[in-house]
Design a protein around this ligand. Structure first.
Ligand code: SAM
Length: 228
C-alpha cells in the first residue's frame, strides 16, 4: 500500500504541476471569496515573517520544493539552495519561474533519498503531511542528519480547515489519512494527508533530536522550527 501511495502522490503532483499555484494564490476552485481569501493571505504573511526571522544563512536544502512558491522566499535568506523534488514537471516550473543561478535542482524520491551533506537550514512546506505515518521517523531522522550542528529545520504545513482546499474536495474527518484529490479536469488521485497537531509535531521533532518549537496561525497553517 505504502509503495503505491508514494507513486500515486508523485503522479498526482506531476499531473497537477501547471495548476498547482491556483491553490496557494486562491484562484479557480480555491477562490473562497474576498474575505476568506484575505484571511488566507494574512496567515501566509505571518508564516513568511516567521521564516524571514531566521536571517541570512549560507546553504539551504529544500525538500519537495514544488513550483517555487517557497523557494522564492528562501532566495531572500540563503546564499545557495539545493532543491529536491520527485517530479520533473514541478522542477521545470520552479526553474523557469525563479531563473536563479543560486538554486540547484535535483529530481529525487525522498523515500529513497540518502542524506549526503549537512546544511545550515533544511526547509519543507506542505510535504510532511504527505509522509505516510510508518515512514515519518525514518524521514525525520534523515532530515536531522542533513542539518549541521547549530543549524535548523523549518517546516510549514496545513491545519484542518475546509476552506483551505478546493471547493470540490471534501475534507471528511481530521483523522482520515487518505484523501481524494481532483484536478481541474476531474481526474482523481488518492494521497496521504495528515493534519498534525502542535504537540504531536513537537514530539516527532524532539524524538529525532531537535530542540523544537511549533506554532499555528488562526486557521490554516502549522509551522515548526527545530534546532540541532
Ligand atoms: C503539496 S506539494 C508542496 C510543494 C511546495 N513545497 C510548496 O509548498 O508549494 C508536495 C510536493 O511534493 C512532491 N513529492 C511528492 N512525492 C514526492 C516524493 N516521494 N519525493 C519527493 N518529492 C515528492 C510533489 O512533486 C510536490 O511538489
Amino acid at each position: 500500500m505504502t509503495h503505491n501511495i508514494i507513486q500515486e502522490q508523485i503522479a498526482y503532483y506531476s499531473a497537477r504541476a501547471s495548476e498547482y499555484d491556483e491553490w496557494f494564490y486562491r484562484i479557480g476552485r480555491y477562490d473562497r471569496g474576498e474575505e476568506i481569501n484575505q484571511r488566507w493571505f494574512n496567515e501566509v504573511a505571518v508564516v513568511k515573517s516567521a521564516l524571514s526571522q531566521i536571517g541570512e544563512v549560507e546553504h539551504i536544502l529544500e525538500l519537495a520544493c514544488g513550483t517555487g512558491i517557497w523557494t522564492q522566499e528562501l532566495l531572500n535568506i540563503g546564499q545557495k539552495i539545493t532543491a529536491l523534488d520527485a517530479s520533473q514537471e514541478v522542477i521545470e516550473i520552479n526553474r523557469k519561474k525563479l531563473d536563479a543561478a543560486k538554486v540547484e535542482y535535483r529530481q529525487v524520491d525522498l523515500f529513497s533519498w540518502e542524506p549526503d551533506a549537512e546544511y545550515d537550514l533544511v526547509f519543507f512546506s506542505f510535504w510532511l503531511s504527505h509522509v505516510p505515518p510508518d515512514l515519518i521517523d525514518s524521514f525525520l531522522t534523515k532530515v536531522y542528519q542533513s542539518v549541521r550542528t547549530g543549524g535548523q529545520v523549518f517546516i510549514i504545513d496545513s491545519r484542518f480547515d475546509a476552506t483551505s482546499t478546493a471547493k470540490n474536495h471534501i475534507l471528511k474527518h481530521e483523522d482520515d489519512i487518505y484523501i481524494k484529490r481532483k484536478l481541474n479536469d476531474d481526474q482523481e488521485f488518492t494521497i496521504v494527508k495528515i493534519f498534525y497537531q502542535s504537540e504531536e509535531l513537537c514530539e516527532n521533532l524532539t524524538k529525532v533530536g531537535f530542540l523544537a518549537e511549533v506554532n499555528v496561525t488562526d486557521n490554516y497553517f502549522i509551522y515548526a522550527k527545530g534546532i540541532k
